[in-house]
Design a protein around this ligand. Structure first.
Ligand SMILES: *Cc1c(COP(=O)(O)O)cnc(C)c1O
Ligand SMILES: [Zn+2]
Length: 409
């Protein structure tokens, strides 16, 4: 039962018990869950996982939860071989990890929230909360409804209408803050300590972040128990990107895969790219920026895991790259028109950046490449207004059909 040893400061290494805490009392570094891998290794096998539930909970041995009760349907999303997009880009082994169809709220956030709120239940919290760029609010609201928890979600006031409705339908208290995500997050950090609420990405963050590892676990299993040569993944706070790397390396530690030679390629929107800018300038620290991009779900100007994302890129022989708003729209269209997958702006960013890595010769044609599509296009439809062809309007007559439709093809 002792799979989790406790929490550990990522900066000074001080250890703490596994409680709802997230910063080191000595150096203010972030805390991370540490496991007893020898113990886990005795318990885990490919066969056991393959017989497990068709959700991310098949990997419960590598997650910080004893008894999953919230988000039992999250994860286990398709890994699609992208033949047509691969042909366009000149890649023979390109795969899309499609979290645009994650359950229940159509983004990768259902992974982290399942783990965070299952843990919050174990801790005995009755109120869930978050600081969100949109998708997290949707997921926390949905899972709180499932779990019978009170719910408060904090968002920047200027979010896409579909994302706001996608929270309100579950009837949480939605607090729309006049400011950007970083303002929202600062406010939530100030109030989180006093309230006794489970703020999934603040005081529960060490557990929340572990949910992202399942993006690596599933891909390795779906590839026949191996890590890909290249990953392309987006970053907001940088948590998802760093945890994919942690996930592959854990599988190796417990003997489920042989080696991890994956190059971790990151993607940010040019209008909010503090990690990519640091990479470009060879810095090992982040200079916060003011977000200005249509990719609102990944618009974090002061990313909590930014420095760790830079470390992962260095360690894995990876890199960081950006896409402009125009390129993001083109990325959304390219994925839709080759693979039939409708992603949101974060996915458009990732596809646009994938294209750049290929054009720069940083990915070779035979390599196994996995691109993480983290959100659904039906939530950010407004960015496509005026960017697509329009319906052909006709009267309900054969004449009109022939003149206006057939005459065009
Ligand atoms: C939140 C989010 C991300 C990035 O998450 P981080 O772990 O904060 O880097 C990526 N894509 C989508 C669609 C998101 O909602
Ligand atoms: Zn510390």
């Amino acid at each position: 039962m002792a799979k989790v040893k406790g929490l550990k400061c990522r900066e000074c290494g001080r250890e703490y018990p596994a409680e709802p805490i997230h910063v080191c009392e000595f150096c203010f570094g972030p805390l991370e869950v540490v496991y007893d891998y020898d113990e886990i290794k005795k318990n885990i096998s490919r066969e056991k996982i393959e017989k497990g539930p068709k959700s991310l909970w098949r990997y419960v041995d590598l997650l910080p939860v004893e008894n999953p009760t919230v988000g039992l349907t999250a994860g286990f999303t398709p890994l699609k071989k992208a033949e047509k997009l691969g042909e366009v880009l000149g890649l023979k082994n390109l795969y899309i990890k499609d979290d645009s169809v994650n359950h229940p709220t159509l983004s990768f956030k259902d992974r982290v929230v399942s783990v965070a709120l299952s843990k919050a239940k174990e801790f005995g919290f009755d109120t869930a909360a978050c600081a969100s760029t949109g998708n997290l609010a949707n997921s926390v609201a949905a899972h709180s409804a499932q779990a019978g928890m009170n719910c408060f979600v904090f968002i920047p006031a200027n979010l896409e209408t579909q994302k706001i409705i996608g929270s309100l339908v579950f009837n949480p208290t939605v607090v729309a803050v006049e400011g950007n995500y970083d303002d929202v997050n600062r406010l939530c950090s100030e109030i989180a300590n006093d309230l006794g609420w489970a703020f999934v990405n603040i005081n529960i963050r060490p557990y929340y972040a572990e949910g992202s590892k399942t993006l690596a676990f599933e891909v390795a299993e779906q590839l026949g128990w191996r890590a890909p040569d290249v990953v392309v993944a987006p970053a907001a706070s940088g948590s998802l990107y760093t945890k994919i790397w942690k996930g592959f390396n854990e599988l190796k530690k417990v003997g489920l895969i042989d080696e991890v030679k994956t190059r971790m390629y990151g993607a940010q929107a040019e209008g909010c790219s503090p990690i990519a800018q640091a990479w470009r300038e060879g810095r090992d620290f982040i200079k916060p920026v003011k977000p200005n991009t249509i990719a609102k779900s990944i618009a974090i100007g002061n990313p909590a895991d930014g420095i760790y994302a830079l470390q992962v890129a260095r360690e894995s022989n990876g890199a960081w790259e950006t896409a402009t708003d125009e390129e993001i729209i083109e990325g959304i269209k390219l994925l839709a028109q080759t693979e039939g997958i409708f992603t949101e702006t974060a996915g458009g960013t990732t596809i646009a950046v994938l294209k750049k890595y290929v054009e720069k010769g940083m990915i070779s044609p035979e390599e196994t490449v996995v691109v993480y599509i983290t959100g659904n296009g039906y939530k950010t439809m407004e960015v496509l207004e005026g960017k697509l062809s329009t319906p052909v309007k006709i009267k309900p007559t054969l004449k009109d059909f022939k003149e206006k439709v057939l005459a065009r093809v």
